[in-house]
Design a protein around this ligand. Structure first.
Ligand code: GAR
Length: 207
């Protein structure tokens, strides 16, 4: 078998997007290896999911680092030790510095629970609900120095219903996140993402 490309996943909480990646890998529909999962929260359920799947799980607490720089250096060290070629932010709730983003230039992807450029930052689902939009969704994008502003790989849309609560809308979006993130990582692993400025072209599959 051809060498699988290695990815590192950064998480902060529940880890359902991490689970979606692990499920597709187990099903044979995503041909990458998750070589490390790193959480900034020691008690993140995502770490348990990783351990259960036999994946190296590391907690790097910001509080235990003297500076943001030290915190990010530890993350980079863990990623590099694991040979990660792509960094996947799957519910990682911290803004990364320009230095980190520069180090991993065009090698970080993020899943955001809104149709960017609308509703960046915290609680994209709640922002969409409060604004009154009729279509919401999720975005997978490469990470640049801004907040949720990097080149978009793919987006999936869902309707917003009149009787939606935060939870019903977030669940509907999450279902699409679990498809979008593995799909984007698959396209990357197949070498099919070509970045041209703000645009990400999806190249056709090799036949
Ligand atoms: C997901 O909805 C993800 O899009 C969001 O956090 C949730 C994590 O869920 N990420 C952000 O808001 C990043 N700004 P998960 O831990 O179950 O994957």
């Amino acid at each position: 078998m051809v060498n699988k490309r290695k990815i590192g996943v950064l998480v902060s909480g529940r880890g359902s997007n991490l689970q979606a990646l692990m499920d597709e890998i187990a099903a044979g529909t995503l041909n990458v290896e998750i070589t490390v999962v790193i959480s900034d929260k020691k008690d993140a359920f995502a770490l348990e999911r990783a351990e259960k799947a036999g994946i190296k799980a590391v907690a790097v607490s910001r509080k235990e680092c003297a500076s943001k720089e030290e915190f990010e250096e530890k993350i980079t060290a863990a990623l590099e030790e694991a040979g990660a070629e792509l960094v996947v932010l799957a519910g990682f709730m911290r803004i990364l510095s320009p230095a980190f983003v520069g180090h991993w230039h065009h090698k970080i992807v993020n899943i955001h629970p809104a149709l960017l450029p609308s509703f960046p930052g915290l609680d994209g689902q709640g922002q969409a609900l409060n604004y009154g939009v009729k279509i919401a969704g999720c975005t997978v994008h490469f990470v640049d120095e801004g907040t949720d502003s990097g080149p978009i790989i793919l987006q999936k849309a869902v309707p917003v219903l009149d009787d939606d609560t935060h939870d019903t809308l977030a669940d509907r979006i999450l279902e699409q996140e679990h498809k979008a993130l593995p799909e984007a990582v698959r396209l990357w692993s197949e070498g099919r993402l070509q970045i041209e400025g703000r645009h990400v072209k999806v190249l056709p599959a090799e036949r």
